[in-house]
Design a protein around this ligand. Structure first.
Ligand code: ATP
Ligand code: MG
Length: 401
């Protein structure tokens, strides 16, 4: 009997002729995420991936914790792989049921424990020449387990646990299915530059696009001394959490003080934010091009603040050529917070910090800026040299978990 990990993937199955490309990428990402766990075999078979460790001491729980962060995976199970022999299957069913009772601190033998825990056997027959059909396998195994463990009863609708039996060339048996995030393997959908602030939204936005298979790089605008060293450390910490899902993140930290001071001096207060956001977009796009990224990602959500109205977003967009992805555009703050908690960025995001956006903030920013007015304002001074200098002085680093 061997313990292996069964990996299920979803959407990739729909990929038709491209499917092998997606599967190869997923297998590569699985290997990458289990780097350091010891020697493993990663095997693809019948739209499943099996991970077979070479060593007995393999850390299965630790590996599962990693795998549920790999995009493209829908769920994983730690399974027992045994020869397809009915006697062996019966014995293992009983073992698995006993273990489930133990987990519930029930001995299984005592009179007063009669029928208190319910179960169900679910069988799948992938090996068509196996002499029994699925319903018959379920009945036989269910009956055998019941005979031996009076604490159990069968409930086909809402059982306390299930015993899954997959009869293929070998037979795979398990009780737990651990859900993962789905999505597509990172590296199958290009690369994008995330505008990463220290707030709640942008890490979630980056995570959502990584989930669709994008490699993520990040750019952060930093206005020292108006924003502190701590604000920078916080962004690095957020990138590090994101790297759990993205393997590594190249983070570009752009010195933004000079540009902000210039905009602050030259522009009317109510138009500051939008002009500053346009400068951010220009710089982000250039850094993206330099690093082979094909799109920008922001954490904007429609109507959240003055710079996120439809008019503001249009004016911000008008300054770049690249597609700008805003995966949070239709989400409420609460929905974003739910994801931030799930991916573990929330606690870091809410640490107190100053963002360069909030340092030079207008009391009443325009909610309906007009592009021609903004262009006129921008024509009165030039940021070109400062932008060049900011890009030249950008500090780039690779963040890993
Ligand atoms: P977040 O929670 O991501 O900070 P927000 O709701 O506070 O977003 P804004 O501060 O208006 O909204 O920023 C909108 C988007 O602009 C952010 O989601 C992020 O993508 C980008 N952004 C804002 N500040 C910075 C910064 N200092 N560096 C990089 N990107 C930034
Ligand atoms: Mg912010």
């Amino acid at each position: 009997m061997k313990k292996v990990i069964l990996v299920r993937y979803g959407e990739i199955i729909l990929k038709g002729l491209n499917r092998p490309v997606f599967e190869e990428k997923l297998m590569g990402n699985i290997r990458k995420s289990l780097y350091g766990f010891g020697k493993i075999n990663v095997i693809r078979s019948q739209a499943r991936i099996y991970i077979e460790p070479f060593e007995e001491a393999f850390d299965f729980e630790g590996a599962v914790a990693r795998l549920i962060k790999v995009f493209g995976i829908v769920s994983v199970s730690i399974v027992f792989k045994i020869p397809t022999e009915f006697e062996d299957i019966k014995q293992l069913s009983l073992e698995l049921a006993k273990k489930q009772l133990q987990l519930r601190n029930i001995s299984g033998a005592a009179e007063n424990e009669q029928g208190i825990v319910s179960f169900k056997v679910e069988a799948k027959r992938g090996q068509k020449n196996f002499p029994m059909q699925s319903p018959e396998i379920c009945m036989e195994l269910g009956g055998y387990v019941l005979e031996n463990l009076p604490a159990l009863r069968v409930d086909v609708h809402k059982p306390d646990f299930k015993i899954y039996v997959e009869v293929r060339e070998s037979t795979y048996m398990y009780c737990d299915i651990i859900p993962s995030n789905g999505g597509l393997p990172i590296g199958t959908n290009g690369r994008a530059m995330l505008l990463l602030s220290g707030g709640i939204d942008s890490p979630v936005a980056g995570w959502m696009m990584a989930k669709r298979g994008m490699e993520i790089e990040a750019v952060h605008f930093y206005s020292y001394p108006y924003t502190s060293e701590r604000a920078k450390d916080k962004v690095i910490a957020l990138a590090r959490i994101m790297a759990r899902y993205c393997y590594h993140i190249n983070l570009h930290i752009v010195p933004f003080t000079e540009i902000q001071l210039e905009i602050n001096e030259k522009c009317p207060e109510d138009q500051l934010t939008i002009i500053m956001r346009r400068a951010m977009m220009i710089i982000s796009e250039r850094i993206a091009v330099k690093n082979g990224a094909q799109a920008l990602i922001t954490g904007e959500s429609l109507g959240q603040v003055a710079s996120q109205t439809i008019q503001s977003l249009a004016v911000t967009n008008a300054v770049v050529q690249m597609p700008v992805f805003r995966p949070l555009i239709g989400m409420d703050k609460n929905e974003v917070i739910d994801i931030a908690r799930k991916i573990d960025t929330f606690e870091t995001s809410i640490l107190p910090y100053e963002d360069c956006c909030t340092v030079f903030v207008a009391k009443h920013p325009k909610t309906k800026p007009k592009l021609d007015e903004i262009l006129k304002l921008e024509a009165a001074f030039s940021l070109d040299e400062m932008i060049e200098k900011a890009i030249k002085d950008t500090e780039s680093m690779t963040i890993t978990e």
